[in-house]
Design a protein around this ligand. Structure first.
Ligand code: ATP
Ligand code: MG
Length: 183
């Protein structure tokens, strides 16, 4: 499974609609300090359902919306779309047969969120669900940030277990069991 492209609009410093394509398995984003490199990673995390503003380097969830700059007024909403190549069928279940999976999230100033999966409105839950067990997801090990390796080494056994369970593909079933027990 490979990330093919990301579309950003009104998200942090990306006020104008911008599409970033990743044509091969290896891509590097380079640029001067403050140009928006980390904002792209925040966007990936956010669209996959991140619900902590702190993990997105903000205080409130609406801080991801472009809040104006010297000559530009703030905008009312932010949206991100990721397109994954799923030709290796890493995503199982209902979406397994799709060669491409698109996920989209939109947020407005009043804090309302909207999620879409291959063009159909869905719940946040539906998005987090399809990535369970793939190693992808807002807090999974597919995004390795500065300090994360040492945090892993120093983490408590129960925190480490979460990563191992995701790598082993167990997290999906644990989540389903939790869901059933809560019904
Ligand atoms: P470095 O090389 O220092 O890590 P970077 O390329 O990762 O830099 P980012 O942290 O991605 O840079 O981008 C920071 C920029 O994004 C800052 O200029 C900041 O003002 C801008 N920014 C963040 N949130 C918003 C927002 N909501 N509205 C407008 N601009 C924003
Ligand atoms: Mg950075």
């Amino acid at each position: 499974m490979r990330l093919k492209s990301i579309k950003l609009a009104g998200f942090k410093s990306f006020v104008d609609p911008t599409t970033v394509n990743f044509p091969s398995n290896l891509a590097a984003v380079v640029g001067p300090n403050g140009c928006g490199k980390s904002n792209i990673i925040d966007a990936v995390r956010w669209v996959m359902g991140e619900s902590s503003a702190k993990n997105l380097r903000g205080e409130n969830m609406t801080d991801v919306i472009f809040n104006g700059s010297g000559n530009r007024k703030p905008v009312g909403q932010a949206s991100i779309e990721l397109v994954f190549d799923n030709s290796d069928n890493r995503i199982k279940g209902e979406y397994a047969s799709f060669a491409e999976i698109s996920i989209k999230r939109k947020v407005s100033r009043d804090g309302t969120n909207m999620y879409m999966l291959n063009g159909t409105k869905c719940r946040r839950r539906d998005i987090t669900d399809i990535f369970l067990g793939t190693g992808l997801g807002p807090r999974s090990y597919s995004i390795i940030e500065q300090g994360m390796v040492s945090r892993l080494i120093e983490s408590k056994p129960e925190e480490l277990r979460i990563f191992i369970e995701e790598a082993a593909g167990i997290s999906k079933y644990k989540e389903r069991r939790r869901d059933t027990e809560n019904r």
